[in-house]
Design a protein around this ligand. Sequence first.
Ligand code: ADP
Ligand code: MG
Length: 638
Amino acid sequence: MKSGYGLLVLRYLAALVMFVLFMPPPLAHAASNPIEIREWQIQWIPTEEVSNTAPSTTGLWLNNSAGNPLTVLPEGKRGMWVHLTIPPTSTWQRPGLLADRLYGHEVYIYQENQLIYESKRDFAFDLNKFMVQLSPSPNPTNLYIQIISISERAGLLSGIRIDDFNDISDRFVIKDLPDLFLGFSIVFLALIMFICSGYLHRRQRSSWISLCLIALSLGSLVILYSPLPYIYFEDYGVIMLLLFDMSLFLLIPSFNYYIDQMFEGQFAFFTKFRHLQAGYSAFCVIALFIYTANKQNYEVYYFFLNVIMSALILLQFLFIIILSIVVALRGNKNAVILSVGIILFILSGTFDLIFYYLSHKTYVLYLWKFGIIILIASLVIILARRISNDYTKIVTYSKELEFYNHRLQRTEKMKIISDLAASVAHEVRNPLQVTRGFLQLLATNPIENNKQYFALAINELDRASDIITDFLTFAKPEIEAVTLLDLAVEMKKIEAMMTPLVSIQGGVLLLTTQDKLFFYGNPSKLKQAFINIIKNSIEAIREDGMIKLEASSEAGEVIVRIIDNGEGMNEDEIVKLGVPFFSTKSKGTGLGLMVTFRIIEAMKGTIEFRSNKAVGTEVIIRFPQVIQDKSLPNELHI
Ligand code: ADP
Ligand code: MG
C-alpha cells in the first residue's frame, strides 16, 4: 500500500478532475455484474492473543450482517476476525474486493490461508477502507479479515463488494471525493478571503480574518474526517490527526471572536467567556503537542482535551444561541440569520449523533457537513450585510456632513453680515436723509439743465435707503408683535398692492385662496417677505407673464404657493438663494431673499424653491396653522 502511492495519487487526481467535469464519471464497462456480500461471521480476538493465523472455522463464530454490523468491542477484546465466503470469481479477468467502511488500525486479509493484504496504522484515526486484488477462482473461496483496534471499536461497517478491479479502484476514491472536494473548496475560499482582507478597513478586517479562520478550520475538519488522506498519505497520519485537533482548537476561538464582533461586544460576560476559551484552546494545543511527542497518560489528556473541551463547546453554543435569540428579538436581522445558521448546524450535528447511537455506533456522520455549509453561508451573509451597512452609514454621514457644512457656512456669513449691518446701517441712514432733504430743497429752485440730475440723485438715494432698510430688517428680524392673521385676508391685500406693478410688466396676477387660514405672524413683515418674492417673479417674467398666488391649508399648515412662468433658475442658482449679494440682475442687490428667509424663519415658517430654467419658478411657504378658537385673544405678545 505504501509503495508507489505517488502514481496512485496521480491517477486519482485525474479521477478527481474527471469527476468534477462529468459528474458522475462514466465507469468502465463491467464484464460481469458486481456482487455485494452483506453476510459474514465474526470472532472476537482477546487482548492477550497474538496469533496472526486464521482461526479454525469451527470456533465460536457469530453471524453478522451489513444491516446491523457489530463494531463495539466487548471488555477484554482488541479486535475481530471476519470470515466470509467469496463466490466464484473466474468471470472477471481481474477480480477485486472493496470494503468501503471499517473501524480499525490494523487490517490483515487472508484468502485461504494466504496473506493478500496488510495495513498498519500508528495513529489514532480508525475510520478505514481497503481494496484488494483477488486471484480469479472457479470455486468459492474463504476469506479471513483480521481487524485490530486501539480504540473501543473495530469491525466492518458496510458490505463487501466484488467486481472488476478497475471499477473497484474508481469506486474506492469516488465515494469520498465529494467530501474532499467540499473541504478543499472551503479551504480555498478561506485563502482567497484571506488575500482579499488586505483591501478592507481595519475595523472590518478583524471579523473578516476570523471568518477566514473559521472557514479554514472547518474545511480542514471536513478533509481530515475523510479516510482517503490517511490511506494515501499513511506516513503523515500522525500529522494529519494533529492538524484535525488543531483545526478544532482554532475553530472554537475564531468562532467566538466572530460572534462577539457581530454582537459588537455588548455582552461583557460573553467577551470574558471568549477570552477564557481562547486561553483554554491555546493550552489544549500545547498539551496536544506534548502528548503527541511522548504518548503517555492518555486518560489525563483525554479528560482535558476531550471532556472539558466538549463541555466548553456545548456551553459556547448554548450562550451563542441564547444571545442571538435575545438580539434577534430586538429586531436585529443579522442575529436572526445567525441563529438560523447555528440552529441548523446544531440540528444537523444532533441528528448525526442520534443516528450514530441508534445504529450502535456504526453510522458514519455526514449531515454535519451540510450544517457547515449553511453555517458558513450565514456567517458570510452577515459579514456582507455588515460591510454594506457600514458603507451606507458612511455615505449618509458624509452627505449629512456636507449639508451641515453648507448650513454652517451660510450661518457664519449671515452672522457677520448682520453684525456689520446693524452697526453701519444706523450710521449711514442719518447722513443720507439729511442729504436727501437738502437735495429736495435745492430741487425747488433748480437751474433748468440740472433738474434731471436732481431727480436721479434722489432716486439713487432712495435705492440706498431701501438697501439699508433691508439690512436693518435682516439684522433685527425678531418680530415683536405677533397677531393671529388670516392668510386669505393678507393675500388679498398683497394682491391689491402688487397688481399694478405686474400690469406694468405686461403680466397678470391671479389669486386663489381658501377662507379662514389662521396663523400667527406680523402683518407688515409678512408683507415685506411676500413683496420681495413677488417682485422677483415680476422681474423674471416677460410678455404673457403669469403669476399665480395660491393659499390653502394642508396637514396642519397654511401654505402659500407663488408660481410664475418666468425665466426660472438652474440647480446652482437655487442653492445660492438667500446668500447675501447673490444676484443675477445688473441692478439687483441680492438682499431681497436673504431678508425674506429671515422673516419667514422668525415666524416659524419654512420656504422652498422649485424651479426650472425657461419654465418658471414655484415658491412654497408654510406656516403652522391655528385652528381658530373664538376665546383666543386676537393679539398676543411672544
Ligand atoms: P435680487 O432680486 O436683488 O437679485 P434676490 O435675493 O431677491 O436679489 O434674488 C436673488 C436672485 O435669485 C435673483 O437675482 C434671481 O437670479 C433669482 N431669483 C429669485 N426669484 C426668482 C424667480 N421667481 N425667477 C427667476 N429667478 C429668481
Ligand atoms: Mg429681489
